[in-house]
Design a protein around this ligand. Structure first.
Ligand code: ATP
Length: 437
């Protein structure tokens, strides 16, 4: 069986240190979450896989890391102050607030009460810059990382001398004052985005749009998401954002239903044009072939690191029967698994076994994320490692220290065990972990 309920997932995440409720000892803060020791590794692996495939291994894409606080004009010019809104309704009886487009029967879903007319609610968080809290010092926490890329278009172009088509990528926090957050880390008010703006010649935009929809779909499959849990959903013309010519969402079948993992949008030349007008700076590109200044079109694959991490967790979850016992195993792809190997001493009261195991663990840790654990019996240690998706368990036993200097390496998925010399463990694991390099 490979399906998991949201409750089971939230429970596992807390128990094993993937994700905790934020400020839990004070009762928690609505829909904010903290990544624990395993969660931080998982999310780092997701972001690293994205960066490797979207930036490091490509000649046509470079990265930036822009500030979260930007000049307030950015958000006026981009249209966010005016348009980055959700329709909000209030219940006249219980006073709760909802997104109008989440309401089915035009009554309050909590108490059945009458609702107000919908009004537009801006989802940007406002704060003040400096010691004076007046209108002149209002700044916004960015609701998307994309604008940091558009306002740096000229800087990147001049610094790198890139020719079209080329992309600029960024990973970073974004903030949205969502009316109804929920479903664990799926919809929160503070989250991390992985966005890339791919600048292309006008006229080639539709072809590049198709290319990126395809690339990004394959990315999730490459890292182990089962295709039957993925689908593409093109937006209808009524649904399109104000800046978009076409958008396709990549959706994942979460335990609570289908939900967006990533959106790929053809943003046309909207943003660069608007910022050219707003700033008075010439944000055009000089095309050598036609000797003309043009404003590039842009294709944007915009993903969420938290939603991707949640999808990898849900998809990895498997329950099976092994010798009449339930085995829970997270079958993470090797690049996504937070811990790659665990070294386990068979007997924790034998100093020679413990010492050999610790020495091996410390040696592996220099190049492979490795855990050491001697806090339970071997059967229980295996179960614990399976439950967090550790790829290999390496056991040091009496025979290791007394006879052959060999250890047992157990594979997470097949549970097969091989015995290899202790000096060969690093090369054995490296060989299995090696991808294209
Ligand atoms: P939704 O329709 O779910 O509100 P969106 O279409 O507004 O999402 P985009 O603006 O396209 O989202 O943002 C790109 C990606 O950022 C999303 O696909 C998602 O992975 C992530 N993201 C957006 N909003 C949130 C949020 N509130 N919490 C967590 N991740 C988010």
């Amino acid at each position: 069986m490979s399906t998991v309920s949201m409750d089971e997932l939230v429970n596992l995440c807390k128990r094993r240190g993937f994700i905790f409720q934020s400020s839990e000892i004070y009762g928690g803060l609505g829909s904010t979450w903290d990544y624990g020791p395993l969660g931080v590794e998982l999310k780092r692996n997701v972001k690293e896989a994205w960066w490797r495939d979207m930036v490091a291994t490509r000649d046509d894409i470079v990265g930036i890391d822009a500030a979260i606080l930007m000049h307030p004009k950015v958000w006026e010019v981009s249209g966010h102050v005016q348009n980055f809104t959700d329709p909000l309704v209030d219940c006249k009886s219980c006073k709760q607030r909802f997104r109008a487009d989440d309401i089915k029967d035009s009554v309050c879903p909590e108490c059945g009460g009458e609702l107000t007319e919908a009004r537009q609610f801006n989802c940007m968080f406002k704060t003040f810059m400096g010691p004076v809290e007046d209108d002149a010092s209002i700044v916004y926490l960015r609701p998307e990382t994309a604008q940091g890329i558009f306002v740096n278009f000229l800087n990147v172009l001049q610094a790198t001398r890139k020719k079209l088509p080329f992309g600029v990528a960024q990973i970073g926090k974004s903030f949205r004052n969502e009316i109804t957050p929920g479903n664990f880390t799926f919809r929160t008010r503070e989250f991390e985005q992985m966005e890339m703006e791919y600048f292309v010649m006008p006229g080639t935009d539709e072809q590049w749009f198709k290319y990126w929809v395809n690339e990004r779909y394959n990315w999730y499959v490459k890292y182990g998401i089962r295709p039957e849990n993925l689908r593409l959903r093109p937006h209808s013309s009524e649904e399109l954002s104000f800046y978009s010519k076409s958008t396709t969402d990549i959706e994942y079948k979460f335990p609570f239903g289908w939900g967006e993992l990533e959106g790929i949008a053809n943003r046309t030349n909207y943003d660069l044009k608007r910022h050219s007008e707003g700033s008075g700076k010439d944000l055009t590109y000089f095309d050598e072939a036609t000797k003309q200044h043009i404003i590039p079109y842009v294709i944007e694959p915009a993903a969420g690191a938290d939603r991707a991490a949640l999808a990898f967790l849900a998809d990895a979850y498997h329950e099976e029967k092994v010798r009449n016992e339930k085995r829970v195993v997270l079958r993470f792809h090797k690049d996504i698994a937070p811990i790659k190997a665990a070294v386990l001493p068979l007997l924790r009261n034998r100093p020679d076994i413990v010492e050999t195991a610790k020495k091996l663990a410390h040696d592996l840790q220099k190049c492979i994320p490795t855990a050491y654990d001697d806090t339970a019996s071997i059967g229980r240690l295996y179960r614990r490692q399976d439950e967090v998706g550790t790829l290999w368990c390496i056991t040091v036993d009496v025979q290791t220290v007394e006879e052959d200097h060999q250890v047992t390496v157990r594979d997470r998925d097949t549970m097969e065990q091989v015995r290899i010399p202790i000096e060969g463990v690093k090369a054995y694991l490296r060989d299995k972990l090696e991808s294209e390099c």
